[in-house]
Write a protein that binds this ligand. Structure first.
Ligand code: MN
Length: 290
């Protein structure tokens, strides 16, 4: 095994609001480019933020997507989602919502009503995973993935565990079905514990320090809420927890196709983007009530 070196550590930049419910730091493409992070084309991170109680849930109203998947990981708080293909549900702490927009979907994303009334600490990741050209126009799909469905692999010496959302760790698999090879874990390491994680060298690999601080590859200290992008010069990296940590680890095989992105649409060509706007404007994405 050879060491995969760190290409870049990014601190959380100035946050912006998505709708009025998601106060996010953008790491992809902010850190780099969509092409470099292929197949991960967007990552917004709502670091811990306290939302006051309200009777009017905050969030983002009806909007379209085409050509990729949106993956929402809840760390604190609860999110309610509904879409024009009939998918929907509520995700709470530790749960994941994996929505395949593919040929086109309308959806809305809000803090859950009951949670909103109490308010509190909110922490969430939204990731966009690109689809290979041959699946971009396939039917939309929705996977509600509860935390209980995820395999949790205990690390040796009581170091912690690897919670698998997608792909595999050792011989254990995660519940999400994906259209291209992707590994996605929450690595929970106890203070002082150390572990090594390996992926094929050509896979785009990154981590987000969701909770706590860690030392990566023995010498780089990565504080909470920072993002690490790895080079493709080796297969494995080490993480040593400086306190109790939760680390989101992402690794995916690049799709290596042209990317044409405009707002909520990510396709392969500019013509397909024009077509997406046309189809959206003529009601081909279906209907969803506000
Ligand atoms: Mn959306």
């Amino acid at each position: 095994m050879s060491t995969r070196s760190i290409e870049k550590v990014t601190k959380p930049g100035t946050p912006h609001f998505v709708g009025d419910g998601f106060r996010v730091h953008n790491f992809i493409p902010g850190t780099s480019t969509m092409k470099r992070m292929d197949p991960f084309i967007m990552l917004d991170y709502n670091s811990k933020y306290n939302f006051p109680p309200t009777n009017i849930p905050k969030g983002v109203g009806v909007h379209p997507h085409r050509g990729f998947e949106t993956v929402t990981i809840a760390y604190k708080g609860r999110v309610e989602h509904g879409d024009s293909s009939g998918g929907g549900g509520i995700i709470g702490e530790g749960d994941v919502q994996w929505m395949t927009a593919a040929s086109g979907i309308l959806h809305k994303e809000f803090h859950e009503t009951e949670w909103s009334k109490k308010g509190g600490e909110f922490q969430m990741v939204q990731l966009w995973v690109n689809l290979p050209a041959k699946y971009k126009m396939s039917p939309p799909k929705y996977q509600a993935i509860s935390n209980a469905q995820m395999n949790k692999v205990a690390l040796p010496d009581n170091a912690g565990e690897v919670e698998i959302i997608a792909g595999s760790y050792d011989d254990h698999k995660g519940p999400a079905s994906t259209f291209s090879p992707i590994h996605m874990y929450n690595v929970r390491l106890k203070k002082g514990a150390k572990t090594q994680v390996s992926f094929p060298k050509n896979y785009t690999t990154a981590l987000l320090m969701v909770e706590g601080d860690a030392k990566v590859n023995g010498n780089t200290e990565v504080p909470q809420d920072h993002f690490v992008m790895f080079s493709n010069d080796g297969d494995s990296f080490t993480i040593e927890a400086l306190n109790n940590t939760v680390i989101l680890v992402l690794s995916g095989e690049p799709i290596n196709e042209p990317i044409a992105a405009h707002g909520p649409f990510v396709m392969n060509t500019q013509e397909e983007i024009m077509e997406a706007f046309q189809d959206f404007n003529t009601g081909k994405f279906g209907y969803l009530e506000d």
